[in-house]
Each structure stands twice: as C-alpha cells, then as structure tokens.
Design a protein around this ligand. Sequence first.
Ligand code: GUN
Length: 296
Amino acid sequence: MTAAIIDGKEFAAGLRVRVGEGVQAFKAETGSVPGLAVVLVGDDPASAVYVRNKGKQTVEAGMNSFEHKLPSDTAQADLIALVERLNADESVDGILVQLPLPGHLDELAVVSAINPDKDVDGLHVVSAGRLASGLPGLVSCTPLGCMMLIRDTLNGDLAGKEAVVIGRSILVGKPVAQLLLAANCTVTMAHSRTRDLADVVRRADIVVAAVGRPEMVKADWVKPGACVIDVGINRVPAADGKTRLVGDVDTAGVSAVAGSITPVPGGVGPMTIACLLHNTLQAARMRRGMPQDRRF
Ligand code: GUN
C-alpha cells in the first residue's frame, strides 16, 4: 500500500476561503467585522514571523488585525492590564498571546486573564473544561486542524474507530483525544510511559503522533490502511551539515503501510493559522448569540 498524502496546505487554503466567505456573511448580517488581537512580548525572531503571518492572513480573510508589541521587560501587571483592555474592547473578538513569553512572566496567569469567549487559542482552562464537558467553546488550533484533516480524509466516518494519540500535552494530545472521543472513536492516549507502545499503536485505525521525538513511529507500528496524522516538527542534522525538518513519524517507511498520512512540512502545520481565523469568526458569532457557521 502507498499512503495517500493528506495535503494540509491545500485544505488550509480552502478553509481560509470559506472563512473569508463567512466573514462577508457576518458583515452583511451584523454590519461589523470580526477582530483578532495578537500580543507579542519580546523580540524572539520565530515568534515575530508567526505573528506577522497571523496578522497578514487575518487581513486577507477580511477581518481586523490588532497587533500589540511589548518590550521583553514588560511587567506582568502591565501585560495583564492589556489583556483586560482587550477583553473589554468590543471591536476585539479573539485574543492570542504569543507563547513562549519571556521567563519572568507567568504564562498560566496571563492566559487565564483572557475572557474564555475570546480565547481563540483554546488554552484557557475554561476552554479545556468546555471541550471535556461537550459544551460549545473554542478549541485550540492545532487539535482542531488535526480533526478537520481526519474528518475530510475518512469522509466523516469516525464512529467506532480505534484512535491512538501519542503524547499527552495540554496543547495537542489531550484536546485531540477529547475531540476524537466526541466523534465516537475509541480513544487510547499513549505517552512516554506506555508499555509496548508499538503494539498499542498497531491496533489504531487513526494515529495522531504528537510526542516530539523525530521519526519515532515506524512502519511496523502501523496497521495497514491506517490514517496517520503527524503533529511533530523536529529539526535534525542533514547530510549537508544543515538541518532538515522531520515529524514524529518515519514518513518514508510508514507511507508503505498507512492508508493516508500527513507530510512534514505541509500537513498539520499550515492548518494552525487557518484554524485561528476560523476560531476568530466563530468567537465573533458566539459573542453575538449567532449559531456556528454551517460552512465548517
Ligand atoms: N507559539 C507557537 N505556537 C503557538 C500557538 O499556537 N499559540 C500561541 N499562543 N503561541 C504559540
């Protein structure tokens, strides 16, 4: 078997178009435009690139982008005060504080200061609680992107499938497991202490690898025909002395066994910002008591 490549780049492009259409419909209905505020503290170059891309794609989708750049020595109280101003600002529907924050700042306290109804990153404990309780709320972008790709690949046929999630992070593993459970999969959460990990993974119809270990999932771990979602982004040394990007899955080997697989790069990665735009539109609708957009 040669796995079908799940093209996250193409899916994300389509999602951005659908969000753009949703924004136009929202504008026609409410006379207003959804707004996303992104807060960047310090001058980490990678974070600056992410924030720039988020702002650019927000504007391209027809929404307002508000960027707040603060110096790296910003005091905790000043950052929280900004978050509170954004909570109260009617033109802001979504708030994202770019992580990681400089070491002297308390990330949990900052994220906890965000109004959960504007938590487009889905990182607030209330967002996690809503997800676990099956209540409507905002779901973090990478897990949401994984689910959209899985649903699309399996034509929505998830009920009763065996899903194994490798990794139990708050950012990816736990919310992905909750989403798969809500879609009626039988979910196993595996992690660094799981015994006989290969045997556990081998029973999965759906594998989500989010463990942060380069090319850990091998061909003989995977059930023939399985749908394999690789969330890993690892830099490893390349033959030419530079580095190359690999996931948590040995893509070349696993592609010979799996039914479908996300590449790295070009799989889950491009979905993240597209899902952030999707969440911003959903937050704008939710805050006005409008139902979720049916397009998604
Ligand atoms: N830094 C890298 N990825 C993310 C993300 O998805 N959200 C936030 N807030 N910070 C990040």
